[in-house]
Design a binder for this molecule. Structure first.
Ligand code: NAD
Ligand code: MLT
Length: 522
């Protein structure tokens, strides 16, 4: 589905990604003046940012059309993700785009700090040949303490190993086994600071990590310790770090990120044994190209209502090639079921049967909820806020699965309030079929409007239905007729080509031999 949207871009993003969005027909509105953010965001369907744009709950209140926030990079500390989730706004990032650049920048700072490269460079350019003053230290056989052994922490470990460094790490969320595979020994933070000659930070900035590397911890360090931070400003307390270096408690630091950015003032800037860069970790052509392209792809998928692999506030695993074709079917069944049941049932069961049950099918259940609540909600319902919609309406969602499916490879069923609908995909082209409603078996492709008619099982009733619809100018595209469980009762599922006017449905309900008519909207 091609959706033409207004995409607001508030920070420098590589052209490749933006061109892709323009080529898809979207209006790309680049507005870098962040003082006007609240004005520019009005009417935007997507917002693409880096680390400087603060996406607060207040901004989201103003951005009533917003469907997706795309963070061209990793850190999400500038985005109020819970507030976005409440509003149904998807938040996506580009988690792999700049990890190599950030790890390489860490190594650049590690070496620059160890060998005083910037200081010696500046002195020589200023006309001073200072060979003795800028003596450094080797990395080989030194201990590197990695705080946060995630994506970037691991890449730094790989690179530091090549320099002959001994590696220890603090990360309570990584198993000892996984760390061992990386050649890293897991230790407590206190132990890491006691042992480390270099300490490098690769944590997300959260309430727990802000100020984690502070005065008390630094007082436990060896005087030879050098601290590197290419993660987020504020995880290392800048004033405590500056005090520790000035007082000789530790040897130095190399810092890429600051508590307030942009900044030209920090207690660290006046110290000779400190190397600084202005948040350059991801500033390579490769990282920016990758971040721009990834975020453009993610934003396009989000605008089209498709599954977005790098969405951070969608409660599901990635949709693989097996599950992906079932998402439109699940959404369609959700919509049809909402008109079949006609209200929010107290329990909504979403059942997957067959091969797909072997996968993490949360995304299929989300698609069914998106369809169901999207059909009855005033607000746009997305993969993000569909579970919240269920909670708000007091609907308990139950996901069940079974490895076997009778007659079909895979079957999706939605049940609740005493009603049910099942669908499957058939044939080489994977065509959708409604295969069961309320235990009546059918074989009809789903349509935007459908009628399920229960009638006396006697000659002439099917003709009567056809005549009533025909007289109203309604053509029948597909239809299946079967016997209902009750003796003497038949049931038909009709997919008309158009909406059946309410008056015609009423006439059908009153017609002789007709027991009930359900009008479904898909
Ligand atoms: P990641 O999520 O892959 O890894 C973070 C690690 O920190 C995880 O292993 C996690 O278990 C650990 N962790 C989380 N909370 C912790 C805590 N309280 N104590 C100890 N460990 C904890 O993240 P990543 O992709 O490696 O990114 C790391 C940081 O680098 C992020 O802050 C990101 O924003 C930043 N970053 C900066 C730049 C730059 O330009 N300077 C570029 C890219 C990423
Ligand atoms: C990130 O978190 O991805 C980096 O800090 C780079 C950026 O801000 O763009």
């Amino acid at each position: 589905m091609k959706v033409v949207a207004r995409i607001l871009v508030t920070e420098e993003i590589a052209d490749g990604g933006l061109d892709r969005l323009r080529a898809a027909g979207h209006e790309v509105d680049v507005q870098l003046d962040l003082t006007q953010l609240f004005t520019h965001v009005v009417g935007a369907h997507a917002l693409i940012i880096r680390s400087a744009t603060q996406v607060t709950a207040e901004l989201l209140d103003v951005a009533t059309e917003l469907m997706v926030v795309g963070r061209a990079g990793i850190g999400l500390d500038n985005v109020d993700v819970p507030a976005a989730t409440r509003r149904g706004v998807m938040v996506v990032n580009a988690p792999q785009s700049n990890i190599v650049s950030a790890a390489e920048h860490t190594m650049a700072l590690l070496l620059a700090q160890a060998r005083n490269v910037p200081q010696a460079h500046a002195a020589l350019k200023a006309g001073r040949w200072e060979r003795t003053r800028w003596e450094g230290v080797e990395l080989a056989d030194k201990t590197l303490g990695i705080v946060g052994l995630g994506r970037i922490g691991k890449l730094v470990a790989d690179r530091a190993k090549a320099f002959g460094m001994r590696l220890v790490a603090y990360d309570p969320f990584i198993s000892v086994e996984r760390a061992r595979q990386m050649g890293v020994e897991l230790v407590s933070l206190d132990q890491l600071v006691l042992e480390a000659d270099f300490l490098t930070v690769h944590l997300p900035k959260t309430k727990e990590t802000t100020g984690l590397i502070g005065r008390d911890l630094l007082l436990k360090a060896k005087p030879s310790l050098r601290v590197i931070n290419v993660a987020r400003g504020g995880i290392v307390d800048e004033q405590a770090l500056a005090d520790a270096i000035r007082d000789g408690v530790i040897a130095g630091a190399a810092i890429d990120v600051f508590a307030t950015e942009p900044t030209t003032e920090s207690p660290l800037f006046g110290l000779d044994s400190v190397v600084v860069t202005p948040h350059l970790g991801a500033s390579t052509r490769e990282a920016q190209d990758k971040a721009g392209e990834t975020i453009a792809d993610m934003v396009q998928l989000a605008l089209a209502g498709d599954f977005v692999p790098f969405a951070v506030n969608v409660d599901a695993a990635e949709a693989n090639e097996t599950l992906r074709p079932y998402l439109p079917l699940a959404e369609r069944l959700g919509r049809l079921f909402s008109s079949l049941v006609g209200r929010s049932p107290s329990v909504l069961e979403i059942c997957t049967e067959g091969d797909i049950a072997g996968y993490d099918t949360r995304i299929v259940a989300l698609a069914a909820l998106k369809g169901f609540f999207g059909a009855i909600s005033e607000e746009p319902v997305t993969y993000v806020n569909a579970p919240q919609q269920a909670k708000d309406r007091g609907v308990e969602v139950r996901e069940t699965s079974s490895a076997t499916a009778a007659d079909f490879v895979n079957v999706l069923t939605i049940r609740g309030g005493g009603r049910s609908i099942s669908g499957a995909m058939v044939g080489r082209r994977g065509e959708q079929r409604i295969i069961e409603i309320d235990d009546h078996h059918f074989d009809v492709p789903p349509a935007d409007h459908m009628l399920m008619v229960k009638n006396d099982d006697r000659p002439g009733v099917i003709g009567l239905v056809g005549t009533l619809l025909g007289d109203a100018g309604v053509n029948i595209a597909d239809m299946d007729v079967g016997r209902a469980d009750e003796p003497g009762t038949a049931v038909m599922l009709i997919a008309p080509t158009d909406v059946v006017p309410e008056a015609v449905i009423e006439a059908l309900r009153r017609a002789p031999g007709i027991i009930s008519v359900d009008a479904l909207v898909g």
